[in-house]
Design a protein around this ligand. Structure first.
Ligand SMILES: [Zn+2]
Length: 705
């Protein structure tokens, strides 16, 4: 059985091994595929703007606020673009990249579940534990070796991370026909899959150096009382004594230390946090002016309050490196990462935010690009950049570490980085296909929706905090519009097809629906004797011998199926079908007493939305919520709240994980679209047809022209 666990970066040797393996694969790939020169100067540019909403875009174009998108619409076409069910970004972008539905690419939600344990895991990538033995130049090595008289070990074999997306992305089909492409930050593309003629930079799904989706660090002398509850970040109470604050920056788990040996010797548990490599730093806070000097890893950084530092590379030592041999092995036993510091305030309140430690594009601890050296080439050309999959720090905003203005300051850095990346590639783009991705509209939409005009009644709206930001979302759309104007003016000619698209639209999220609470209240989900709903975490405490169905992930509903789930009780076939029919009928009848609305418009059964070799891996049904509603977060990971429906008071106030028919994406083209209801799965086949490349059978989408 494969063990499921979050992607954890293994020791340095594992990184080196991974780079070496990829280099070998690259060499092999070089001997395969023969360039047919089929591109012949033809070019396709695909600009992907996550979450760009069809209705909002149309309104703002009509009001003259998006003149360049309007120009593109007038030259070509503007259509709603059918998204995936569920319309979650990983699922939708895989529909885009593979030209097929989840049954083909096997991504059904942000979260999947192991039927053996009923536990959720990330759908995008999987960490695999180390093989039994590693080898070097054909010589078998032990898994690890102990350094004499110490607690240090050298791991020779490390875990690997595997991209769980199945199916074949369209750029690989192009490459098989000798047509090159550049694919920037397409979601579910980590680790990057080596392919000759494809230049890849990984996106959503790329971890930070700790192996998480992004863990910020926040140092303050005024921690909130609940500071230990922060998720997606860690808050470190830090006193300023005589104008000096000291603490540590934490990096990757240190696989070079034998913690079990230390625990045996000391009789004390080594906490997870203390198993990470770390670097000490000192902050000198000016007593009069809002400025500070940070000293870390031999570098000095001067910051004013409200200012982000430039990217700063830091080096986490995994083994002690005495000065006289530093030149010899420091690079082998250290991991480089990269951070920006953000001094929120200097004194009397001291608040310093540090970004999640990024995998450095200049010295990547594990490859974030293919070829592996491409990330450094890009960083040398445009400056260092975020490599983390979803860099916008929505978690810092949600926990009040950031205020609205802090979040937008960081967002601006990300938008500018993505535009510099786009400039670099577009300005040297000769032939083939290029895909560029913007995350900003989606991430800002999620956490800033409550500030929009018309959202004054949103349960999360706070007038004095939110009203000053009413116009920001339209301004963000306008910034993207301006860039598209530049693309039209400078990079599009008669040989260039331009496609601007989004993976889904957007909606307010005002009310939460707890599917597991509904199943519990209606007797489909049963707790063990003595347990109450509030005590359930990660599905622990559920009586599986009596439970017929459970919710997992944002939209998924699973039957506790006999012979599939470890303690399944519902036989597949007519009994299961009848159960799903009964639950579906019950769910669409629910009425929210606060609004009088039905929160669920339709329950989509698996066979009706998925086909392909992996369809059976998916949930038995996907719940289609109406606008204004979404599944509660607790429900997605196996907790049970105290009511089926509740107000959403979180800053994460907008969402799109609804009935897919209500949140289409957008499709702009500079050519005529003939297909009446174009969909995300049609884009791959469209690009292939443009180059005259046969469309593989497993791509079920159709060209749009
Ligand atoms: Zn989103």
């Amino acid at each position: 059985m494969t063990t499921r666990r979050p992607a954890i970066l293994a020791g340095t040797f594992a990184f080196i091994a991974a780079v070496a393996i990829i280099a070998v694969l690259a060499a092999l790939g070089g001997a395969a595929g023969q360039s047919q020169g089929a591109a012949l100067g033809k070019r396709v540019i695909v600009l992907g703007v996550d979450g760009l909403d069809y209705g909002m875009t149309a309104d703002w174009m009509d009001q003259g606020l998006l003149p360049n998108l309007k120009r593109l619409r007038d030259q070509g076409n503007y259509h709603p673009l059918t998204t995936s069910m569920p319309p979650q970004s990983p699922v939708a972008w895989c529909n885009f990249s593979t030209g097929a539905n989840s049954g083909e690419h096997a991504i059904f939600d942000f979260l999947h579940r192991d039927p053996n344990t009923y536990l959720p895991y990330s759908s995008m990538s999987e960490a695999k534990s180390a093989a039994e033995n590693a080898s070097f130049l054909g010589i078998k090595l032990p898994n690890r070796a102990r350094l004499p008289f110490s607690d240090y070990i050298v791991p020779f074999a490390g875990g690997t991370t595997v991209n769980l997306r199945k199916g074949t992305p369209w750029w690989e089909v192009l490459a098989d026909h000798g047509i090159p492409s550049v694919i920037h930050r397409c979601p579910v593309n980590f680790p990057p899959v080596p392919k000759k003629d494809v230049t890849l930079l990984s996106g959503m799904g790329t971890p930070d150096i700790q192996g998480t989706n992004g863990t910020y660090a926040f140092y303050t002398n005024r921690p909130p009382t609940n500071y230990r509850d922060a998720t997606g970040g860690k808050i470190f109470p830090t006193d300023v004594v005589g104008g000096v604050a000291k603490n540590r920056l934490y990096g990757p788990p240190n696989d070079f230390i034998d913690y079990e040996r230390i625990e045996r010797r000391t009789g004390r548990r080594v906490a997870y946090q203390d198993r990470k490599a770390s670097i000490p730093f000192t902050v000198y806070v000016d007593e009069e002016n809002p400025v500070a000097k940070i000293v870390i890893d031999g570098q000095e950084i001067f910051l004013q309050a409200g200012e982000f530092s430039p990217w700063t590379e830091v080096s986490f030592s995994l083994l002690p490196t005495p000065g006289f041999i530093r030149w010899l092995w420091h690079d082998l036993v250290s991991v480089k990462g990269m951070v920006r510091f953000y001094l929120i305030s200097a004194q009397p309140e001291f608040s310093l935010y540090i970004t999640p430690v990024q995998i450095s594009p200049l010295h990547p601890a594990m490859p974030v690009s293919y070829p592996p050296e491409y990330s450094a080439e890009l960083a040398k050309a445009i400056g260092p950049y975020y490599t983390q999959g979803m860099p916008e720090d929505t978690k810092a905003l949600e926990f009040n570490v950031f205020c609205n203005a802090d979040f937008l300051r960081q967002l601006d850095i990300i938008v500018k980085e993505e535009m510099r990346m786009a400039d670099y590639e577009l300005s040297r783009f000769k032939e083939g296909a290029i895909f560029l991705y913007w995350s900003c509209v989606d991430q800002a939409g999620h956490v800033m929706w409550r500030t929009l005009p018309g959202e004054e009644d949103h349960p999360a709206h706070v007038p004095e905090l939110d009203e000053p930001f009413q116009d920001f979302y339209c301004s963000l759309y306008a910034e993207i519009d301006q860039y598209i104007g530049k693309v039209l003016d400078e990079y599009v000619d008669e040989n260039t097809y331009l496609i601007v698209l989004s993976d889904h639209g957007f909606s307010s999220w005002e009310r939460s629906f707890d599917l597991n609470r509904w199943l519990y209240d209606h007797g489909y989900l049963v707790l063990q004797p003595g347990k109450n709903p509030a005590s359930i975490e990660f599905y622990q405490g559920i009586d599986w011998s009596k439970t017929k169905a459970y919710g997992l992930g944002i939209n998924g509903l699973y039957v506790n199926q006999l012979g599939r789930e470890r303690n399944g009780i519902v036989p597949p076939g007519p009994v299961k079908d009848e159960l799903l029919r009964e639950i579906s009928a019950g769910l669409v009848e629910v009425v929210d007493p606060k609004t009088g609305l039905h929160p669920i418009s339709k329950v989509f059964l698996r066979d009706e939305i998925y086909s392909g070799p992996h369809a059976a891996l998916g949930p038995d049904a996907q719940i289609g919520y109406v606008r204004g509603y979404r599944a509660s977060d607790e429900c997605a990971v196996g907790e049970i709240t105290d009511s089926i429906l509740s107000d959403n008071t979180r800053r994460w106030s907008g969402d799109h994980c609804l009935d897919y028919r209500t949140v289409p994406g957008v499709l702009f083209t500079n050519f005529t679209v003939r297909r009446s209801e174009p969909a995300l799965i049609d884009i791959g086949p469209t690009v292939l047809k443009f180059f005259g490349v046969p469309i593989p059978l497993e791509m079920t989408g159709q060209p749009v022209f």
